[in-house]
Design a protein around this ligand. Structure first.
Ligand SMILES: [Ca+2]
Ligand SMILES: [Ca+2]
Ligand SMILES: [Ca+2]
Ligand SMILES: [Ca+2]
Length: 276
């Protein structure tokens, strides 16, 4: 704190002293919006502030916007609010790719994020009331983060004996189309094809509920699903209802990779020959 800041504080203190005890005073409320690189809700060394984030002050019931500002180049903000009345701070996500960090993580209010991460109150703090002798609070901080993405995969194989199980000698199939859909199968997020050894990877945009869909190459049909006792070795795509889709996979926020979503394919040619 430099001499000017001290002088400012003294000035405020004097104002408090001469004012009526029952009169609401004004306090500075702050002070940081930061990029939570490791998504843990804690301000860690190396995590920097985010510039030009709109931060607002609302009344406690969120019916009245009282003040608004934007963060500085170092991610700091200051809002002025009355003491002795319920208030909330709100920070707006500066773009659609960001999310709020987990709230109240770790053990320190100085280092945590103070806004709800989801729900109706996402981006708002809980209501708080500053005592009349408070002139500045700097522990109201907001963490923002990129959502965790997860790789889903990873094998399309030729099920020579048509038992729905990955056996020795059964190799990968090139050129199957794999798609990532929401659980309701109304939104397509990503598409890829299996490579020369039958491997594919789809990247989820964020944690959530997903299904993978397969469109087999010409001449192939799906093997039976969930055969044998091992999810690592079975086929996970429905032959019917909904045909070509897996069941729903719930991808939690701490999941970075799922590699047992595999598809067994049966060659129509082999199938036909078998019944000739
Ligand atoms: Ca962090
Ligand atoms: Ca805090
Ligand atoms: Ca097999
Ligand atoms: Ca599996």
């Amino acid at each position: 704190m430099d001499a000017k800041q001290i002088a400012t504080l003294l000035c405020v203190a004097i104002t408090v002293t001469v004012g009526q005890a029952s009169t609401a005073q004004v306090a500075n409320i702050g002070n940081l919006v930061w990029m939570d690189g490791n998504r843990n809700g804690v301000q860690d060394s190396g995590e920097v502030g985010i510039q030009d984030v709109t931060v607002q002050l609302w009344n406690g019931t969120r019916t009245e916007l009282l003040a608004s500002t934007v963060t500085s180049g170092s991610g700091t903000y200051v809002l002025q609010g009355a003491t002795n009345t319920a208030l909330r701070v709100r920070a707006l996500l500066p773009n659609a790719s960001l999310r709020y960090s987990p709230m109240d993580a770790g053990g320190s209010d100085v280092l945590d994020s103070d806004v709800f991460a989801s729900g109706d109150e996402a981006g708002f703090t809980a209501a708080f009331t500053l005592a009349s002798n408070v002139i500045s609070i700097t522990s109201i901080d907001i963490g923002m983060m990129l959502p965790q993405q997860a790789n889903l995969g990873n094998l399309v194989w030729e099920d020579l004996d048509r038992d729905g199980i990955q056996d020795a000698g059964e190799s990968g199939i090139l050129g199957a189309t794999l798609q990532l859909w929401n659980s309701g199968m109304s939104q397509l997020f990503a598409s890829t094809t299996s490579n020369s050894v039958g491997v594919y990877t789809l990247l989820t945009p964020e944690p959530g509920d997903y299904r993978v869909r397969i469109i087999p190459p010409t001449g192939y049909a799906l093997a039976p699903k969930d055969q044998g006792g091992s999810d690592l070795l079975d086929s996970d795509f429905n032959m019917f209802s909904p045909a070509g889709f897996t069941d729903t996979y719930v991808i939690a926020s701490n999941v970075i990779s799922v590699t047992h979503i595999d598809a067994g394919l049966i060659s129509n040619r082999v199938f036909a020959n078998g019944f000739e």
